[in-house]
Design a protein around this ligand. Structure first.
Ligand code: AMP
Ligand code: GLY
Length: 423
């Protein structure tokens, strides 16, 4: 029998828990080492373990057959390039390719040059230019979207039709040294209308296989009210986007992006995530990300029935030509996030003990995110603490399962949306 694989996975959130859980089902895999992971991830059989330290040293020590990078930041910092230069097989974007996410301006100009449909935008270099552009913008009539250039962990985008708020955002991003988002350049962008979806493609630099479509809920409270969060839940829909929209996305967004990045000497390898706005037949890119979404991954991966390790390995090695698209269940999935009191404000109540009566079955799964170990018990340590995914024949059935499962989990101050997957 051939030796089974050692996998190194970088990241610590719910997305990485879902990735570890899914890869651990592969008969090709011996063990998954998650760096740093979280204490909700390890399995009793030892197939998933968490490790500490720094990625380069961990790779040298473990000699993984495959390294998977979950979050965007290490990719933007060049971790993929470093590990590949040291001879490792990595599923993740290079630093240059990660600019699709790490620079909103690169990404916007790239789409313009490649004819990839997106919202019209004006690039402003410096605060004075941005203020001048805003002064002539029809904010009250058409609204405006302000985007800080650079990685901002989801906090660098303001959508508004209020001029004062738009002006404040420019000041916050470009002048206020104490604000968490700092940008020298911004985009002012037209507001798109329609329905949002996250579309994924697994890419080898040249080819891709479509990897699924998931909708997420970004606002904190029911009815899409309240502040924007990293994502309070996600769901799949069997028949949306339409076949025609999917074909358009493949040809005019994914294939066009791969060609354009190859042309620039920065072939895209890894998971390409197109955040899309769909309005009737009109599909436009809101943004690109260079990774699976969180919490989209937690809804998507449990729906994949085939082994994802062969396509991950093939993409990382740069040749997907022998891989088919993953087999996706003919069911739907709903993922509901439980968040800490106060989230998404910085003023959160953490350190709460999590009570869990495990009644898992093969259609439901808990994925942990912001948790740590305290005296042998799991306590909350971040905004998004955990999430529950359930599958069902219909969205209603999946919702019902997910919310029933959630009844078995509690921690003080926990809040979650009651309307995930209700369209
Ligand atoms: P981003 O970080 O670019 O994904 O933006 C965060 C969220 O802001 C998106 O998921 C959209 O809901 C919203 N958004 C960004 N750009 C636009 C746009 N041009 N029109 C409407 N909504 C937008
Ligand atoms: N859920 C959106 C993201 O991962 O950026």
């Amino acid at each position: 029998m051939t030796k089974r694989m050692t996998v190194l996975l970088l990241g610590s959130g719910g997305r990485e828990h879902a990735l570890a859980w899914k890869m651990a089902q592969s008969p090709l895999v011996e063990k998954i080492h998650v760096l740093p992971g979280n204490p909700g991830m390890p399995t009793k059989d030892g197939r998933i373990v968490c490790i500490e330290g720094e990625i380069d040293a961990a790779a040298r020590e473990l000699k993984p057959d495959l390294t998977v990078i979950g979050p965007e930041k290490p990719m933007a910092e060049g971790v993929t390039d470093r590990l590949e230069a040291a001879g490792f097989t990595v599923l993740g974007a290079s630093k240059d390719a990660a600019r699709l996410e790490s620079s909103k301006i690169f990404s916007k100009e790239f789409m313009g040059e490649e004819g990839i449909p997106t919202a019209r935008a004006v690039r402003c270099d410096g605060y004075a230019a941005a203020v001048a552009a805003l002064a002539t913008w029809d904010v009250e009539g058409k609204g405006v979207v302000i985007k800080a250039d650079g990685l901002a962990a989801g906090k660098g985008v303001i959508v508004t039709s209020n001029r004062a708020e738009a002006g404040q955002a420019l000041h916050d991003f470009m002048v206020d040294g104490a604000h968490p988002v700092k940008a020298e350049r911004v985009l002012l962008e037209e507001t798109l209308h329609g329905r949002e979806v996250s579309a994924f493609a697994l890419c080898d630099g040249e080819r891709f296989i479509p990897f699924g479509y998931i909708c997420d809920h970004k606002r904190a409270f029911d009815g899409d009210k309240g502040p924007t969060t990293g994502g309070m839940g996600a769901f799949s829909s069997k028949d949306w986007p339409s076949e025609a929209a999917r074909a358009f996305i493949n040809e005019h967004i994914f294939a066009a992006t791969l060609r354009g990045m190859q042309k620039r000497g920065a072939p895209f390898k890894g998971v390409l995530f197109a955040g899309l706005m769909i309005d009737g037949d009109d599909v436009k890119v809101i943004e690109f990300n260079v990774r699976l979404g969180d919490p989209e991954a937690q809804a998507l991966l449990p729906l994949i029935e085939s082994d994802i390790v062969p396509p991950f390995l093939a993409a990382a090695r740069g040749d997907l030509s022998a891989c088919a698209a993953p087999k996706i269940a003919g069911e739907t999935a709903v993922h509901v996030v439980m968040a800490s009191a106060g989230y998404p404000s910085p003023d959160m109540k953490l350190g709460e003990k999590i009570a869990l009566a495990p009644v898992m079955n093969d259609t439901a799964q808990v994925f942990f995110a912001g948790v740590k170990d305290k005296d042998g018990a799991l306590v909350s340590s971040g905004g998004r603490v955990l999430g529950v995914t359930a599958r069902g024949a219909t969205l209603a059935a999946a919702r019902q399962q997910a919310y029933a499962l959630l009844e078995n989990i509690s921690f003080s101050g926990a809040h979650w949306r009651r309307d995930i997957g209700r369209q």
